[in-house]
Design a protein around this ligand. Structure first.
Ligand code: FES
Length: 72
């Protein structure tokens, strides 16, 4: 879906930018230019960044421990 109509940026663009090294909303904004014109997309862009970083964090945690690992 389009997140930023002014720049033609989709949620996929944001996810790709994060997978390629962006680690914050600020990084994504500087890399893609999202929310750099009217700014109406900033809240949605931040949400996509948060969700993507959370997904990455969750997948890293689940791969750090085997499925049969039980915390004491
Ligand atoms: S919709 Fe993103 S800057 Fe306008």
């Amino acid at each position: 879906m389009y997140v930023c109509l002014c720049q033609g940026i989709t949620d996929s663009h944001i996810r790709t930018a994060i997978n390629e090294g962006c680690c914050s909303y600020r990084d994504v904004r500087m890399t893609l230019g999202v929310a750099s014109q009217c700014g109406k997309c900033a809240c949605v862009a931040k949400q996509v960044v948060r969700e993507t970083l959370s997904d990455i964090h969750s997948s890293q945690l689940s791969s750090a421990y085997p499925a049969h690992f039980v915390a004491a």
